[in-house]
Design a protein around this ligand. Structure first.
Ligand SMILES: Cc1ncc(COP(=O)(O)O)c(C=O)c1O
Ligand SMILES: *[C@@H]1O[C@H](CO)[C@@H](O)[C@H](O)[C@H]1NC(C)=O
Length: 436
């Protein structure tokens, strides 16, 4: 017994010393994510795997020192990794509260934490809800992108959570014997179609522009700025429609000058931490809902499906949103904006080259999240052509566009991945030329 204890403490001491020596030699500690030289600037070390470099797409080696030969760039998702670069440099300012959530932090259910009436600001019951309520309203007032006075807030697991809640809630309001039609202008964010078709007896997707006769049983999504084109357009196609959801997850000063319009005051306005701060993995979103009955229906859906939004996710959201309140918001939004502007400048220059111009047309707004490309004069579907040449984008057909013609790439990858992306695009253009 005694012997074992000695061995154990010796082993622990030895491990600590050797860990210390390892860090000394390699020059980093397990939580030092601020040092960009860690993992050669091409990867990160996370607290859950303290000694291992998590390499970015297309990098490998123990310190991510190599570019993976012939690697396929995964540029499919709307994964805001660029945003992570901001949080690295601002890590110290918020780390103390945001990274470590104590194990005794609000361990119980927080039943009220999926919906917040406006007057809940005055509520003093001890949950995180009044805090997140205040923070969300304050941020919107600061950037003037949406009206908050008179609105209820529904929290969900990402924009996805509140959007599915909104679809169901609106079918209940429509109260029609026929399934409710779900519509958005093309090109649209393909997930709307997938959500709408989950329960065919309740809702079904229809992107047709000839549904005037069904407007009282039709939900229209207005995505502004649009995914994939980045265009800002608040006009619904079905002007008489009463069931509208404004998906505004990209409507922040990092992408659009929100001061150009007065704060929006639509019925249901959807936002998400994913596209605001880049914390997509946290799965936190919210909707500003004008009609209390709709908010209550949405909230009922959230209760049935997930009881409530994770309190840990709410805490993380609260921390980063609080960080954005005040001048830090300008710093953050400007960081994303200027990064995207300089990336877009290079992308547009590349697409101006004669080889590129001959085969590709950029049809999305500059300085936005996505690059929406139309292929011209190519003999195979656009995204297949790219995938075969090491660049995996999203097939434009999933956004409702004609088969084979379009591909969506994302602009928000890490700096080092973006450099490879530029090279890869030019290679593809050159290959198309030499083939002829
Ligand atoms: C237009 C739009 N709405 C909603 C979402 C959902 O995002 P999340 O569930 O991560 O908040 C996305 C994600 O790509 C999107 O592009
Ligand atoms: C979409 O709606 C139009 C107009 O009502 C109809 O003609 C068409 O068949 C519908 N399409 C689908 C896929 O339901």
């Amino acid at each position: 017994m005694h012997h074992h204890q000695v061995t154990l403490s010796f082993f622990v001491a030895f491990s600590i010393i050797s860990l210390f020596v390892t860090y000394k030699i390699s020059g980093y500690g397990p939580l030092d994510v601020t040092n960009t030289k860690v993992c050669s600037g091409n990867g990160k070390i996370y607290a859950d795997r303290p000694n291992v470099c998590d390499c970015y797409n297309c990098f490998d080696g123990p310190a991510c020192e190599n570019v993976t030969p012939n690697c396929i760039i995964n540029d499919i998702g709307g994964n805001p990794e660029l945003h992570q670069q901001y949080w690295e440099t601002n890590y110290d300012a918020i780390s103390k509260s945001s990274i470590m959530v104590r194990s005794d932090y609000r361990t119980g259910y927080e039943h009220a934490s999926h919906m917040i009436y406006e007057d809940d600001t005055k509520n003093t019951w001890s949950t995180i809800t009044p805090e997140i309520n205040k923070a969300i309203r304050q941020l919107h007032k600061q950037v003037k992108n949406a009206e908050v006075d008179g609105y209820s807030i529904v929290l969900g697991t990402g924009g996805t959570g509140v959007i599915t809640a909104a679809i169901w809630a609106l079918t209940q309001i429509a109260n029609n014997k026929e399934p409710t039609r779900v519509f958005a202008r093309t090109p649209f964010f393909g997930a709307y179609r997938n959500w709408a078709n989950l329960y065919p007896t309740v809702t079904h997707w229809n992107a047709s522009y000839d549904q005037q006769d069904f407007q009282d049983n039709l939900i229209e999504f207005i995505t502004s700025p649009n995914n994939p084109t980045g265009k800002v357009d608040w006009e619904p196609h079905y002007k008489q429609g009463k069931l509208q959801v404004h998906d505004m997850v990209y409507y922040w000063p990092s992408l659009t000058d929100t001061s150009k319009y007065p704060p929006l005051n639509k019925d249901i306005m959807v936002f998400s931490l994913s596209k605001l701060t880049g914390h997509a993995g946290t799965r936190f979103g919210w909707a500003l809902v004008k009609d209390k009955k709709v908010a209550e229906k949405m909230s009922e859906f959230i209760t049935r499906v997930q009881v409530h939004t994770s309190i840990d996710a709410q805490f993380r959201a609260l921390t980063v949103i609080k960080h954005l309140i005040g001048t830090q918001g300008d710093v953050f939004f400007n960081f994303i904006k200027t990064s995207l502007q300089s990336r877009w400048k290079r992308i547009l220059e590349l697409f101006e080259k004669p080889v590129m111009k001959k085969h590709f047309a950029v049809e999305s707004e500059p300085d936005q999240f996505y690059l929406w490309i139309k292929c011209i004069n190519v003999d195979q579907p656009c995204y297949i052509l790219m995938a075969k040449n090491g660049l995996l984008g999203w097939d434009g057909n999933d956004f409702g566009s004609p088969v084979g013609q379009y591909v969506r790439l994302e602009m928000v990858v890490r700096d080092s991945v973006f450099e490879i992306l530029l090279i890869r695009l030019e290679e593809i253009g050159n290959k198309l030329e030499t083939k002829k």
